[in-house]
Design a protein around this ligand. Sequence first.
Ligand code: MTE
Length: 318
Amino acid sequence: MVLIKTKREIPSSEITPEAVYLSRRKFIGQSSAVVAAGALAHSTFALPDSWIEDNGYEPMDEIGEDITPKKHATNHNNFFEFGTGKTDPAKHAHQMTVDPWSVEIEGLVEKPGKLSLEDVIKDIDLEERIYRLRCVEAWSMVIPWIGFPVKKVLDKVRPLSDAKYVKFTTLLRKSEMPGTKALFSSIEYPYVEGLRLDEANHPLTIFAIGMYGKVLPNQNGAPFRLVVPWKYGFKSIKSIVKIELTKKQPQTTWNLSASHEYGFYANVNPKVDHPRWSQATERRLPQGLIPRSIKTKMFNGYDEVASLYEGLDLKKNF
Ligand code: MTE
């Protein structure tokens, strides 16, 4: 079993009045907490405090991986729009206005247009997914996201038959993003990312609007980000304002910056090293006095995606 499981479910009595509890269901072998997004606005979404604060998250004996404490997941970030230091996003991202928020749907879709975040999540159930996040820099965490499959949004806007890729774009608002005003920058803005359409439609690929039972903090990509757990973290683009369906493979930020170091696919692969460091192991955060190194798994342990890449040379298509 490669999926990280959560034992936690949300009793209906514990949901805040704004939320309407619908059902619990099994999701690809993972018991996931499900609440109705319904007409919930981003600002009104909340899970009960008692769920988090009283009980905390327990270690998951089944696979023996602990959830990364929230303070580490929210204070060790990559969000270059707010600076390149790991603590810069936590320091500066509060400046970003995330409400109201809208998303442009463009390109090869039946229903293009501008959707409010409320429209994006309308009638979609929210689920908790506990995923490993493996950064290309060789550190990793285990994060409990709240979100929903990307497929559910794509089904709403209906890709045309010639659509083969999905391109995502992050907000670029210089007045609120000090990192985008730096004189020298290793990447260009806005941050862009992309997936093949079948990768985007894979049930493990989600949009997250929350983590640790709460709305996403700005530094983690509020109000709305991608999470693709079998790929290096840079594919999981934050604070999305545009979704475009394309015929051609879209350009992506890190690939544009250094194409020999960062490929389009960016599948976690312990056998394909970064030109400047090994990808065979990773440092699971937080690190104590004695460094904790664990073996990196192919596809970050999410073997069920392997069939997406049958016949593809993953050394060439890194
Ligand atoms: N999205 C944007 N817009 N800008 C970024 O700099 N960094 C990426 C990804 N998404 C980044 C981004 C990288 S390198 C990683 S590892 C993850 O976000 C980190 O997500 P986290 O800060 O929530 O752990």
